[in-house]
Design a protein around this ligand. Structure first.
Ligand code: H79
Length: 594
């Protein structure tokens, strides 16, 4: 990888006789390495970021059909609003994608750090974005533009050195032979025939997709939950796909359900965790502790609640939140497939461009802390952030800039080199402390969302011992409790059980919790959770020193897990003031660490 970059830097544009225009797009693109069936997971594991593109007839509606609106799943609008197929069909006449410029999309996505791009060839509504011969009455040739939308994207990906990948829905709301025919399908006649669906439709379509668009990086199958698709159907499908391009990386949604290994992690959306294909695809979710030894990729939307197709009514996650999502995923050993829902005309909504640009600005300096890295060796860190690793280098991604300007690096190796990843890769001077090293950080955080501290060490990594928890089962005092609701009593705060919680008296909008450590102890970190309701809007953490309450940290939201670090303080009493909550305050956990 490194050798290749140096090589491409050394190629003189004059020697190559390239014109200025070709040069302006970042010199010569290294060609993608050829993948074989045996090494197909290598590029995927290094990639860390892919972009999902949900684009189709539904993009014209962007969440609204006539006078009905939906905030959910804009790409499901036909089903969510029960639009008869005969009416939905008019969308082929109105789809004008004349501003589609896939080379621009790919350039931006590549700059954002994406190594693969995965587009919906056909979503559940059955509409095909390419001129398929296996379904001539429901594909892109019926639109005025008559343009194969996949071809120029595949070519742009190839030119830019990004792996072209495809999403394909197995279920089909329109095709007469799909046996899970929905009641809004007033077009299909006769009895559905699954074998015919496979042999004359699904398989030939996949054959076209794998024959006419070059190498396909990954195939993202979806939609086998209608109860008509068996594990046998899925197995046969996987085998067929392997004959088309043995090197393709396959997600786990073919419908094949081989004997399942036992897993000891929590499962929300069981479908995403079925073992099949090459990797597990948790939808909209990051497995809390990663899936050690298992390849996985979480797909996430920019708009919440989840909308994969563009929805004009739904809010966007902040750029910082999306960046932290990528880092969190990477630190747990997975990939992020970040979704884009283009507008029908082929342009990207401004909010999406802004978020990709935010990634791109960050990647200029920080991409080495993402691409080609492996999961964090740490179970927890002494600050709010994440860690990724590449051999003898650790990347500490700091989310919450320490207010005292000191960062604790939990490394014990005798020799380390520390750099702040900003535009100068500034050297920082590590000082050995009782636990790891400490470095002084500049006042201002160079990158919003996450700033990376790069630590290089020699020899094997020796990690500092984990911060020691000192508050378990300590007694707590609280401002109030919800009368008659023992399941919400204060003891749940220090029971280290994230699924039990305390609540103040009903209808309060503030409250406090005070932990008594039984004797004065050194405290340097607190961990908070107000899951699952996330009602806290403003809080302050305080310690009692010489009879006076001192502020350790102030903040707004708490969330599933918030680590707060501060200069070590000797104290017996620590108090969390919830100054404002959007509903009755609750707290799942409040832990203190030495
Ligand atoms: O293509 C994207 C989604 O359309 C698809 N997979 C990703 C990659 C998907 N399949 N199933 N789901 C998502 C979950 C289904 C949720 C839904 Fe609903 C049930 C959509 C419509 C009914 C609940 C109610 C969520 C939205 C409305």
């Amino acid at each position: 990888m490194i050798r290749k970059t140096l090589y491409s830097l050394m190629l003189s544009p004059l020697l190559l006789g390239l014109n200025a225009q070709a040069m302006s797009s970042q010199t010569v693109e290294p060609e993608l390495e050829v993948v074989t069936e045996a090494n197909r997971m290598e590029w995927f594991r290094d990639a860390k970021l892919g972009i999902f593109i949900h684009w189709g007839l539904y993009s014209q509606l962007a969440g609204q059909w006539q006078d009905k609106k939906t905030m959910h799943a804009a790409e499901w609008i036909q089903k969510v609003l029960g639009i008869p197929t005969s009416e939905y069909s008019i969308l082929v006449e109105t789809w004008d994608y004349s501003n589609y410029n896939p080379r621009d999309w790919v350039k931006l996505m590549k700059a954002a750090g994406a190594k693969y791009i995965c587009i919906t060839t056909k979503h559940h509504d059955g509409f095909c974005l390419w001129p398929t011969k296996a379904n001539d009455d429901w594909n892109i040739m019926l639109t005025k533009g008559q343009k194969d939308l996949l071809k120029p994207l595949a070519e742009a990906c190839k030119a830019e050195g990004v792996r072209f990948s495809i999403y394909h829905s197995i279920l089909d709301w329109r095709h007469p032979d799909w046996p899970g025919r929905p009641n809004f399908n007033d077009f299909a006649k006769g009895k559905a025939d699954k074998e015919r669906y496979k042999k004359e439709y699904l398989y030939p379509q996949l054959k076209e997709l794998f024959s006419n668009y070059g190498d396909i990086g990954m195939l993202w199958l979806d939609g086998t939950w209608d109860g008509v698709w068996t594990s046998e159907d899925g197995k046969e499908l996987e085998e067929y796909i392997r004959t088309l391009q043995p090197s393709v990386v396959l997600n786990n949604r073919s419908g094949y359900k081989p004997p399942q290994p036992k897993y000891d992690f929590k499962i929300h959306n069981a479908y995403s965790y079925i073992f099949a294909g090459d990797y597990i695809s948790p939808e909209g979710e990051i497995p809390p502790t990663g899936l050690p030894g298992i390849d996985w990729e979480t797909c996430q939307t920019m708009q919440l609640p989840n909308n994969w197709g563009y929805n004009q009514f739904v809010k966007f996650r902040t750029p910082e939140n999306l960046l932290q999502t990528l880092i969190d995923t990477t630190s747990k050993g997975g990939n992020l497939l970040l979704n884009i829902g283009p507008k029908a005309d082929g342009t990207l909504p401004q909010e999406m461009t802004d978020r990709l640009q935010f990634y791109a600005d960050w990647m200029v300096v920080n991409s080495e802390a993402i691409h080609g890295t492996t999961a964090s060796p740490y179970e927890m860190l002494p600050f709010e952030g994440r860690c990724t690793r590449k051999g003898n280098t650790l990347y500490f991604h700091v989310f919450d800039w320490p207010s005292n300007g000191l960062l604790n690096l939990p490394v014990e190796n005798a020799k380390i080199k520390v750099n702040l990843l900003d535009h100068e890769a500034k050297k920082l001077k590590p000082r050995k402390t009782a636990r790891g090293y400490e470095v002084n950080l500049p006042k201002a955080m160079p990158f919003k969302g996450a700033t990376v501290i790069k630590v290089q060490f020699t020899g094997d990594l020796t990690m500092s011992p984990l911060p020691k928890e000192i508050s378990q089962n300590c007694s707590v005092k609280v401002s109030s409790e919800w009368a008659g609701r023992p399941e919400l009593k204060k003891e749940h705060i220090t029971d280290n059980n994230a699924s039990s919680m305390w609540a103040t008296k009903e209808a309060a909008r503030d409250g406090w919790v005070e932990i008594d450590l039984k004797q004065p102890r050194l405290v340097s970190m607190a961990k908070l959770s107000d899951a699952p309701y996330h009602r806290t809007q403003s809080f302050e953490l305080q310690a009692k020193v010489n009879g006076q309450w001192q502020t350790l940290k102030k903040g707004s939201a708490i969330g599933d897990q918030l680590n707060l670090t501060f200069a070590p303080v000797k104290t017996q009493h620590v108090r969390l003031m919830i100054l404002q909550a959007k509903d009755t305050p609750t707290l799942a956990n409040f832990q203190l660490f030495e």
